[in-house]
Each structure stands twice: as C-alpha cells, then as structure tokens.
Design a protein around this ligand. Structure first.
Ligand code: HEC
Ligand code: HEC
Length: 275
C-alpha cells in the first residue's frame, strides 16, 4: 500500500513538472502505437483474460485485485508508468506483474487503458455492419432502445453509449444486465391511497416523488404523499440470456457497432481529453 501512495505522489509531482515544462515545450509525447489500436487491445484482452482477470475480473470489475475500470489510481498515471506497473508489478503487494516481453506488456497496457476509456476512443474490432443488423434484427435490441431517432423507449437511448461507456462495460451490459444494480428502468407498480394502481418503468425516485414511464414513453409523477406502496422488480427488464442466444461473433460485432455510437467523433473526444 505504501508504494501505491508513493506512486500517487510521484504522479502528482510529475504532473506539476509537466505544467512547468509545458511553458517551453508544447509538443506532447506521441503515445505508444499499441495505445488505442484495436488489434493490440484485442491481443491485450486475451493476455488479460489469462494473466490478470483471476484477480481483477474479466472486465476489470475487481476482485482480489482492485477495480481497474471507471476509477482507480492508475488513471492519473501516464502510459509509461502504467506499463511499468503491469510489467514489474507493485513491490510488497499482491500485484505480481506480468514479466512478459515489452510488446505483450504494451498490448496489455492498451487493454487496461481501454477498460477505463470510452469505447469510441478504443473501439474493439468486429463487423460493425453485422452488429447493426443484429441490433435491429435477431437481437431485438431496437424494440427497447432508441438510436438516432429510431427504435423503442423501454430502455435508455444508446446514441452516445460509445462516448460514455468502455467496450467492456457495454459487453457486460448486454450479457449481464443485472450487473449494474441501479433501480432506474426497473418495472414498478405503485398503489396509491385512492386505490388506483400505476405501472411502468421507474425513471427516478427521491424522498418526495416517484417518476414512472408508461408504455407510450410518457413520464408521470406521483408524490410520496399519494403513494401507499411500491413494488419494484428485482431484475432489469432487459433479457438476461443474450450470452446464450447470441454467438460469440454476433456479440463481438454488436459491441463493435455500439462502441462507435457517439455524439462526438473520436478525434474530438481525444482532443478534449488533452491527448
Ligand atoms: C494475484 C493477483 C493479481 C494478479 C494476477 C494481477 N494483479 Fe494487478 N493488482 C493486484 C493487487 C492486489 C493490486 C493492488 C496493489 C496495491 O496494494 O497497491 C493490483 C494493482 C494493479 C494496478 C494498479 C491499480 C490501481 O489503480 O491502483 C494495475 C494497473 C494492475 N494491477 C494491473 C494488472 C494487470 C494488467 C495484470 C496482468 C498482467 C495484473 N494486474 C495481475 C493483484 C493482481
Ligand atoms: C425488453 C427491453 C430491452 C431489450 C430487448 C434490450 N434492452 Fe438493453 N436495456 C434495457 C433497459 C431497461 C436497460 C437499462 C437498465 C439496465 O441496465 O438493465 C438496458 C440497458 C442496456 C445497456 C446499458 C446502457 C447504458 O446506458 O449503460 C446497453 C448497452 C444495452 N441495454 C444494450 C442492449 C442490446 C445490445 C440489446 C440487444 C441484444 C438490448 N439491450 C436489448 C432494455 C432492453
């Protein structure tokens, strides 16, 4: 743990030094070619699955080792520092390091970075067209999800899913809709004091009111004072068996398609991230 804190300080210090240096030198260092490269990320995913997932989880969700996606102190490190952690481990902790040739370690680094970046910045390989077909056809996804003006309203609009979520999280949302334990979009039934019952999808609730969405997509508000009881479904209304119903390739293609759904093009996402 001590070494972790030390590294955090070191990262902060080098950040400050970087700000000073930036006054004279405006040229940022070019990232290693593996970073953001779909093939390298895919190779890294396989290395990660065999060497790291046992502790960090298949999509970096954490376990014996810390969560690597969405959060984590490694986000404050530059690519070289992350590479070193992955290659050599963190001394005096359970983090062993991979000790593999540099090329493989860079692939793993590219994958770990992709875990914490929006999918559009590190889109996985796959047949995008085919993914789109599955989305509107075999998968029946468009029945519930909107995408650029088409599709249903029984689930979140996915027009910016690739700009907000990492490819790993998108994949997990498809094969395991209950993994993310939010209650929004769950089926809900409200019994009011006047005896009437309202059913729909839960969109929001706080101490004072509950918002539900009816089958037509319209939102209704019920005040807490009106509500006698609330019954909330325990699981997501999204089918939980896509991992079985879709082949591995269909799933890869679907994730590749969704990863490209962003309201901003990749270049501007990268530019605003300061890279
Ligand atoms: C035996 C379990 C184990 C294995 C295998 C493992 N790790 Fe770790 N990893 C850990 C633990 C525990 C930590 C936290 C160490 C500490 O206390 O700072 C960690 C920390 C990290 C960190 C820093 C995370 C942060 O934000 O603090 C990264 C990045 C990382 N591991 C990547 C990997 C990669 C990539 C692999 C595969 C090459 C891997 N790990 C293999 C257990 C493991
Ligand atoms: C019966 C309606 C329904 C169907 C069919 C459905 N979904 Fe969903 N989906 C939802 C709902 C509701 C949520 C939000 C709650 C949750 O995460 O479970 C959701 C969440 C998601 C998310 C996470 C969105 C986010 O903002 O993080 C993704 C990605 C997704 N679905 C993709 C798909 C894909 C791909 C298919 C087809 C293979 C599909 N869904 C089929 C209802 C559906």
């Amino acid at each position: 743990m001590r070494s972790l804190i030390w590294m955090r300080l070191a990262a902060g210090a080098s950040l400050a030094a970087g700000v000073l240096a930036a006054a004279d030198v405006h040229k940022p260092k070019a990232p290693h070619p593996a970073i953001g490269d779909p093939e390298a990320i895919e190779a890294g995913r396989q290395l990660f699955t065999s060497g790291c997932a046992g502790c960090h989880g298949l999509t970096g969700e954490g376990g014996r080792g810390p969560k690597l996606r969405d959060s984590g102190m490694w986000h404050s490190l530059d690519d070289e520092a992350l590479f070193k952690i992955i290659k050599f481990g963190i001394p005096n902790t359970e983090m062993p390091g991979s000790h593999q040739p540099d090329e493989k370690v860079w692939q793993t680094t590219a994958f770990v970075k992709a875990l914490g970046s929006p999918a559009i910045e590190a889109p996985p390989p796959g047949d995008i067209r085919h993914g789109e077909e599955i989305f509107w056809g075999k998968g029946g996804c468009g029945g519930c999800h909107g995408l650029r003006g088409k599709g249903g309203k029984a689930g979140p609009d996915l027009a910016n899913v690739g700009g907000m979520r990492s490819a790993g999280v998108i994949r997990e949302s498809i094969v395991d809709p209950d993994a993310d334990a939010t209650e929004a979009w769950r089926k809900v039934s409200l019994t009011l004091h006047d005896g009437s019952v309202r059913e729909g999808l839960l969109r929001n609730r706080n101490n004072f009111s509950v918002q539900i969405q009816d089958a037509k997509g319209e939102i209704h508000l019920a005040l807490a004072s009106q509500i006698k009881s609330i019954t909330l479904a325990k699981s997501s209304p999204m089918p939980g068996d896509y991992g079985k119903r879709l082949t591995r390739k269909e799933l890869d293609d679907l994730v590749a398609f969704l990863s490209r759904q962003s309201v901003r093009p990749a270049e501007s996402v990268l530019a605003s991230a300061g890279r």
